[in-house]
Design a protein around this ligand. Sequence first.
Ligand code: GLN
Ligand code: ZN
Length: 768
Amino acid sequence: MAGTLIQTHSLGFPRVGVMRELKFALESYWRGDITSAALQQAGQDLRHRHWAVQAEAGIDLIPTGDFAWYDQVLTMSATLGNIPPRHRKNGQPTDIDTLFRVARGNSGDSAPVPASDMTKWFDSNYHYLVPEFQADQSFSLEWRQIIDETREAVALGFRVKPVIIGPLTYLWLGKEMTSDFDRLELLPALLPVYQQLLQELANAGAEWVQVDEPALVLDLPASWLRAYEKAYFQLQRSPAKILLATYFDALEENLQTAVNLPVAGLHIDAVRAVAQIKPVLDWLPADKVLSIGIIDGRNIWRNDLRKSLLVLETAHKKRGDLLWVAPSCSLLHVPLDLTPEAKLDHQLIEWLAFAHQKLYELATLNRLLRGNGSTSDQRALLASDHAVSSRRTSGKVHRPEVNTRLRGIEQSSWKRKQSFAQRIVEQQARLALPLFPTTTIGSFPQTSDIRRTRLEYKTGVIDEATYRSRIQAEIADAIKRQEALDIDVLVHGEAERNDMVEYFGEQLAGYAFTQQGWVQSYGSRCVKPPIIFGDVLRERPMTVEWIQYAQSLTNKPVKGMLTGPITMLCWSFVRDDQPRKTTAWQIALALRDEVLDLEAAGVQIIQVDEPAIREGLPLRKQQQAEYLDWAVKAFRLSTCSVRDETQIHTHMCYSEFNDIIAAIADLDADVITIETSRSAGELIQAFENFDYPNAIGPGVYDIHSPNLPEISNMIHLISRAAARIPVTRLWINPDCGLKTRAWAETETALQCMVKAAKHLRNQHVESA
Ligand code: GLN
Ligand code: ZN
């Protein structure tokens, strides 16, 4: 097997399992219900199954190292011996609990410590744990998981290609914990460990190692680009052949550097950046492998095989056996298998391909390309043609009235009638909120009762009336608890929602939902992104009844709670047959109808969450302004038609917002609640450099950590914000929704939060 030609490979495979087996094993382990041996077993079963699936599909090189207990960047940190000192347990070697301490701040076997920061992996909705760097730190090959798993796969007879994160992308993704050094200075200390790792992977049986350097598709400072040359010059002595993998965008001005690095092969993304095939073909030395990522690893559409063949033809003529074909990136970002999706519309199924199907497409494409396609490959080609044409003409996709309406939007729809300064006076007159008003982000604990209610309704076990009364009971309970806590602006708790997008998508035309289309978001968290396949249309109100009911139970204002157009877009699989902007604006119009219905129903505050706005940002600076322009317009299109006295809130989390803060201000939401606590005031710093014009609630505690927040920390954070933002514009809230927490901890934390707010209020009154 080792001698045969390599023509196809996969860059990474989803690890959680079609039934989310890894998620459930992890959570049982964290609860203490299963042993670490049982968890190890569950992981091993998944790896074995996934290797077999890929080999069966006809993939020549199978990835290892793409399995991770929590996150592949965290695995890499552990491999390199880069575990933050606070997560190490006095002198003991790194074990699986160490990983969980870094990720969760707590592993049940030691005192809680703050978790590492989590942030989005490039422009995806996958979150990685940000590596932490200290000045003069050292590295060593510490955690042997990738090596062990490579041996494991080799022992089973698979021809494998370990996947690791390259040294520069690894450094790029991390952050300095003190400001007295530049993490790029750590490269010399890092490289010997990479050398050793490559050596050991070769010893384990790997002929090739895939070294991921997606940072090469970013706008890199010159010093970083030069460092690539140094690093790979040093790594070229490795006995394993290096396939340098880039993805998610074009190499652009980094192309010359990339093609000339002393590695054995280069992988490029030809889905996001098909135009780079030509220059790469021109410049990549003739003896190197060129891997072309032609199957979309970020989206679920079936490949247009005929078009792909055309794209690959020249490359094949020029490179012959030195051309490899692959998915554009790891398949981590798409669901695993389409086969269980019996409930999807048949027409739609014909247009789709999940990870499993993509590998078959790849193998078929490869055979057709090399001229050894079978009759069944020919049939697959015709089926692909058929899918392409039926999608292009389907009435399920194209609804002319939607775009007619879009074209008719008047200028006034993009702008509130008055400025914030004028609006806030009217809002305050109506709402009469105290200084430092308290609120939460929307969701309350999703108890097993709630989940059961939703499931029973979905599966027809209970009728609609029973469902409604049970959800109403949950709402009533949430309202009662918030009143007892003395929170100022209440929420209904989102018991009717499974996640932020599904609930809305299910009620909008143009959206479809899978049964098992899970994609890992972080750790054990998976999301089931809907599929936007057609023009989007709201047929009836989506949330009005719930909010009205909640409001009927209290004299305090209850916020209407919607998911914004950009988040609806970013957390879905979107159409690849029209610009993202058009889809976003279609959703925005549907949300505008909902906002206006809420307002008409007497709702005084409407929150439109946009946690994903930063993640939609193109990776390249050059394309960012255009995106921000249409993204901001989408938000404004959905929110700006309300009256002055209606207060618009938005919420954002999980990202570096510093670089788009002007666009965030441009949304012109009256209040923004935003995550700050996990990245220790970094965000506040952004506000120190930028005069945010409207009101803001910097999240005062990290809801992702099971640790009880300290009142003094919350007061400190707000005092710091108050040095910059007028106190009349500050809100007090957690940094995100509370659906993943339990009620007991939620109530204790919120008690502290309300105490902190009251303390600040008193302090302010005394000093006034
Ligand atoms: N309103 C949502 C909630 O509270 C917001 C979630 C989020 O920001 N990701 O759950
Ligand atoms: Zn959030």
